[in-house]
Design a protein around this ligand. Sequence first.
Ligand code: GCW
Length: 650
Amino acid sequence: MEVKNWSDLWLSYSNKIGAGESSCTVMYDGFEPENRILKSAEKELFKGLSEVGTAVKFRRNEAVAKEGYNINGGKDITVIEASDENGALYGAFHLLRSLECGEDITELNVSKAPSNPLRMMNHWDNMDGSIERGYSGRSFFFEKDDIIINERTVDYARFMASIGINGVVINNVNVKWAATDLITIRFFDKLYELSEIFADYGIKLYLSLNFASPIELGGLDNCDPLDDQVIAWWKDKVKEVYDRLPNLGGFLVKADSEGRPGPFTYGRTQADGANMLGDVIAPYGGIIIWRCFVYNCTQDWRDTKTDRARAGYDYFKDLDGQYHDNVILQIKNGPMDFQIREPISPLIGGLTKTNQMLEVQIAQEYTGHQIDLCYLIPMFKEILGFKTYCQSENDTVADVVSGRAFGNKLAGMAAVINTGNDLNWTGNDLAAANLYGFGRLAYDTELTAEEIAREWVRLTFDLDKELEDKLVNMLLTSRETYEKYTSPLGIGWMVTPNTHYGPSVDGYEYSRWGTYHRADHFGIGVDRTDKGTGYAQQYYQPNADMYNDPKTCPENLLLFFHHIPYDWKLKSGQTLIQYIYDSHFEGYEEAKELQKSWKAFEGKVPQNVYNCVSHRFELQVANAHEWCDQVNSYFYRKSAVADEKGREIF
Ligand code: GCW
């Protein structure tokens, strides 16, 4: 047996009770004790309840919501009611979580139903073992063009189930090379084995699909979604896949984006592409998750009327109502690309007759590479709480993506995951708060960012109240700290092209020309009003007007929507240029504070965790310093306005 040397994350069950063989009794009423998912639940209870001595009864109750549960604690027996096995499993994890968080489980009396039907993780893992935007080592699903299945696979499934995840896409949306072969006989056996492990934990396996498979695998000369031969090829292929992988959830597709093939090549729409695959997979109960991250990455940014932010809405809005029932559009939270602050994509709720789900990124691509601390749940809460005005009530992003707003059965949330084969799974031990937090939030969007942070801290560490508060506070303030020393007021980017870590103020990804920020010596920002690119008009009223006017535009998004002169007075009375200076100096100071605060944890968390995080704070401080220097001197040189406080800017 290999020695397990990787972290148990929030399932260590070691804080208050000992892990070991159980004395706890598990009973069943209306559930099949041999059911695979209940077996997993039972195993978990044995792990976590060993020394508590309470009995647990799983009782089937058809009145409980799908994948929901009721728990009624008691002195001798705790009853978990559910109408399906996933609900029972989630109930078991809730019980264990409560116990670990120090609650009196004999008093437990809860009733939960998931906010979102689909709660998914998207891995951007490549089959050579590399991970696109991965900051935690290599893939634990793939190496050397093969699939890995081992003890870690099972632990991974446990972690995901414990936070309510019910779908996992294992491969990168950029499906290249060997990954195209995932839908061939070469990989069916291993994929089957994987899907069985997932099924033990109520998780469905999904695959990212190469839209050009008919060409690359089938030898056809095109992949036009309306071509009869192409459709016939897909029918055969999908039948072959489902014969071998009957539990497959479906496919995730990135088409017509950043060099990926798609329907545009053939003059077809995104709906043509998605519906064709939807129809082909429908007989097997599968779904097609079609991404809306479609834009022309080679557009010329010197043309001030073209605007990448507009692209999603421009390509998808007019097709609203045309998508088939088993197709769901997956929409990134913002119109650009996972910046530290962006407005909400106007497509969310802009579509009213189409299944839609939210895509966020917990892999910290633009938010510090899991070097810098950046707890993202506060951002996700803002996103979910945003009022779209798509109708008079039930109109928040949470309402829309949960399916509540328009009565969609297919709806939910997906995260680009931040894991890899590092022993701590997430590179920075503290980045596990985002992994945990995303799942908890997708299951229950009512939880606050603080509640989630506190739970995670309690489950992961064994700290006294003072240190617990300290760590929760570090997490809760970390996003704003990162924002302060990087790109201000919604402008985004300014990161090193391609790597997306560290400053490069004029750094621009796809051409020699243009900048993302359009700074000149008068001011900075992108005019997205009706006089500019018109992007603000993609929102419903009153949001459209609010964003259109710099006086009513939320200041933290001011430069996303407006080109603003450096001497513009913000509500605080500061000028724009002074704000840029102040926030960068402040962000840098706060990064140093974070590093200092962490010193209090020495000896209070495992030494390896302490060391790993300390090292990362060291790098974060250096990063913040560099950002502060570069951004401030850039704007000093552009504007020729000195810092009011006389601090040194070169
Ligand atoms: O943010 C960009 C990333 C790409 C990624 C793309 C996408 C998987 O820089 O690495 O590709 O988004 O979301 O498809």
